[in-house]
Design a protein around this ligand. Structure first.
Ligand code: 6GU
Length: 222
């Protein structure tokens, strides 16, 4: 899967070189290409924004610069996503949906946003990561990319979670424990030491259900 990220702040995506996502890149399971929108400014000062028509505060990213950045990466089958707090809220279902794509172009706005004309022409979908405001789309794009990449086959081995994680089947994950079995008298639940695989699975499901009912009853439609 290929990601092209159009941004004024490519350094903000350094986090995607770490840990599981970093290894997925090294294994070439994914390709994350960072495109600096500023490189497409024709202005001698590399200007990318201007004051808004009609007045008001802040600056607006100019249509031509953003459009040229887009043209440099566009393909026929690419899906273009604009990160914005006014978009549809990202959830695990949307993540699974996006993980089926071959090519995502993720557009990150900064300042007051991007000239609406270019958004109208190139954007297929607007995505938000929650009801709060960030300084720009970059952190939201990194969150979304992480959630997508971790479910791509081969990125997390089958024995490892992915399937047992929270939100699988709309349930939160069960609690986990490791050695020592007794720490300061705080004991790991006996069932996990029993070696009885079927009973353990049943216990974990029970824990998941209890947790979800207690912490996120909305996920169960309650
Ligand atoms: Cl996608 N962008 C910005 N600027 N703020 C956000 C967001 C996106 N999602 C939640 N808050």
């Amino acid at each position: 899967m290929k990601f092209d990220v159009l941004t004024l702040f490519p350094d903000m995506f350094e986090c995607l070189n770490q840990s599981i996502i970093g290894r997925a890149k090294e294994k070439e399971l994914i390709d994350i290409n960072l495109i600096n929108i500023r490189d497409f400014s024709n202005n001698k000062h590399k200007k990318v924004d201007d004051t808004p028509y009609g007045g008001g505060s802040g600056m607006v990213m100019m249509p031509d610069v953003v459009y040229r950045a887009y043209e440099s990466v566009k393909t026929k089958d690419a899906k273009v996503i604009y990160m914005t707090p006014q978009g549809k809220k990202l959830d695990q279902k949307k993540v699974e949906d996006l993980a089926k794509q071959n090519h995502l172009i993720i557009l990150c706005g900064h300042y007051e946003g991007i000239d609406q004309r270019v958004l109208d022409k190139i954007v297929d979908e607007e995505v938000s990561i929650g009801d709060y405001v960030l300084t720009g789309g970059e952190l939201a794009a990194a969150v979304m990319a992480d959630a997508i990449v971790r479910i791509i086959p081969g990125v997390i081995s089958d024995e490892q979670s992915a399937l047992s994680d929270s939100f699988q089947d709309n349930l939160l994950a069960a609690p986990v424990y490791t050695r020592p079995a007794d720490y300061k008298g705080w004991k790991v639940p006996d069932i996990l030491l029993s070696g009885h695989e079927a009973k353990i699975k049943e216990w974990e499901l029970q824990q998941s259900l209890e947790r979800t009912r207690k912490l996120r009853p909305d996920l169960l439609g309650e």
